[in-house]
Design a protein around this ligand. Structure first.
Ligand SMILES: *Cc1c(COP(=O)(O)O)cnc(C)c1O
Length: 424
């Protein structure tokens, strides 16, 4: 093979130079492998993606875009970014793609920057009903700088009420309408949002951070034909490096590119851009399409077993990779459930449910997602086991050690990173 450019995985060198951090890298790998990772926004990215992340592309300054940089020596990184942009356009059928946002929040900041001025009105999903921090939280730029009005879910169906969205839009005439959420298990009707946006003359932004991987894998409908702009993270179901991306119509390309750089960011992380290109190639494969479909079947199987354990799935189930579970039926708070599961080596997060009587720091629910366990190769049969284990861990803290033993057996049969990374 000749010389390798990958210094990142040179673990012996890191161990010699900085044993403290090297030790943490090892114990984190042990932690991730040793338990069930059910955080809906996490995944296990491939060794190829990790290799690109650990490369010398991290050193290169490349402010600007391919062919129009503010630094010399960009010929090679230009090629990587062009390949990534072309793959994104092809995979999603998009007219324009920007791979430079450092994160999902940065991608959203850029979209706001492209389309709204401080003080203008934005309509987005309320946080307690599943929206994201960047959709108008008072402690975030979105809530501090913009006039944010919110829609939620109906109390009876726990799904978005499009008549309510339309009524609020007609009343407040937002410049920007955002759909997409961080804890909403159902499909979103992008055509309905498009119609509402057209009726009030708003830009439609779909924040697809959570579910873009399912779109890439052709397991759910795409927002791309309907939205002016689609923002997302690359590290959730999509299984790429930690980062963000923006897709948009050609007419918005210049505004989006200028908003990402120089308005909101400086130099791009070219190692991350290259890693995004690798992940996009992986997402184009038939294997990835099978994966995306399995992620949904697994979430449905897990949700059904939790329901059988007396834990109610919000909205009655899921169409995606995640389920939001109301624990009031078993009399345990979200915060207690998170701690109890953690003691049994099951990692998940407490979550507010719609119309939650508990404060957000406690929460009446948990959120569970299947991207990571599906990457490990688990299927519906394992989801039934996991559902039972969660039921025991949540309701019977004394059984934590016994549940942890069963978790160990399960993850031993479906190891994460079965092939130990180079040098470790
Ligand atoms: C995860 C997420 C983001 C933010 O991504 P970061 O990379 O953590 O900044 C934005 N919007 C939604 C809906 C998300 O789920």
């Amino acid at each position: 093979m000749g010389e390798s450019p990958f210094w990142g995985p040179d673990f012996e060198q890191l161990s010699a130079e900085d044993p403290e951090i090297a030790g943490i890298l090892l114990s984190e790998l042990d932690r991730a492998r040793g338990g069930l990772q059910l955080i809906a926004s996490e995944n296990f990215t491939s060794p190829a993606v990790l290799a690109a992340l650990g490369s010398t592309l991290s050193n290169k300054y490349a402010e600007g875009y391919p062919g129009k940089r503010y630094y010399g020596g960009c010929a090679e990184v230009d090629k990587a970014e062009v390949i990534g942009i072309e793959r994104a356009k092809q995979l999603f059928g998009a007219e324009h793609a920007n791979l430079q946002p450092h994160s999902g929040a940065s991608a959203n900041l850029a979209a706001y920057g492209a389309f709204v001025k401080p003080g203008e009105t934005v309509l987005a999903m309320s946080l307690p009903h599943g929206g994201h921090l960047t959709h108008g939280s008072k402690v975030n730029f979105s809530g501090k700088w913009f006039e944010v009005v919110s829609y939620g879910v109906r109390e009876d169906t726990e799904t978005i009420d499009y008549d309510e969205v339309r009524a609020i839009a007609l009343q407040h005439r937002p410049r920007l309408i955002i759909c997409g959420a961080t804890a909403y298990p159902r499909l979103i009707d992008f055509a309905a949002f498009r119609q509402i946006a057209d009726e009030v003359g708003a830009i439609l932004m779909v924040d697809a951070a959570h579910f873009i991987g399912l779109v890439a894998g052709k397991a759910i409908p795409s927002p791309v034909p309907y939205a002016d702009v689609v923002t997302f993270t690359t590290h959730k179901v999509l299984r790429g490096p930690r980062g963000g991306m923006v897709l948009c119509k050609a007419e918005h390309a210049a505004a989006i590119d200028k908003a990402v750089f120089p308005m909101m960011q400086g130099g791009p992380l070219m190692h991350a851009v290259a890693a995004k290109a690798v992940a996009l190639k992986e997402a184009m494969s038939p294997d990835y399409q099978s994966y995306a479909a399995q992620v949904i079947r697994n979430a449905q199987a897990l949700s059904a077993e939790l329901a059988a354990q007396g834990m109610r799935p919000v909205s009655g189930g899921t169409d995606t990779h995640l389920a939001l579970i109301d624990l009031r039926g078993v009399g345990v708070t979200g915060a207690d459930a998170e701690v109890r599961c953690d003691a049994a080596r099951i990692t998940l997060n407490k979550n507010a449910i719609p119309y939650d009587p508990q404060p957000p720091t406690v929460g009446s629910g948990i959120r569970v997602g299947t991207p990571s366990v599906t990457t490990q190769g688990m299927g519906e049969a394992e989801m039934a086991v996991i559902g039972r284990l969660i039921g025991t861990a949540v309701t019977n803290p004394a059984a934590a050690a016994a549940v942890a033993d069963e978790v160990s057996d399960l993850v031993a049969r479906f190891p994460a990173y079965a092939q130990t990374p180079v040098g470790v």
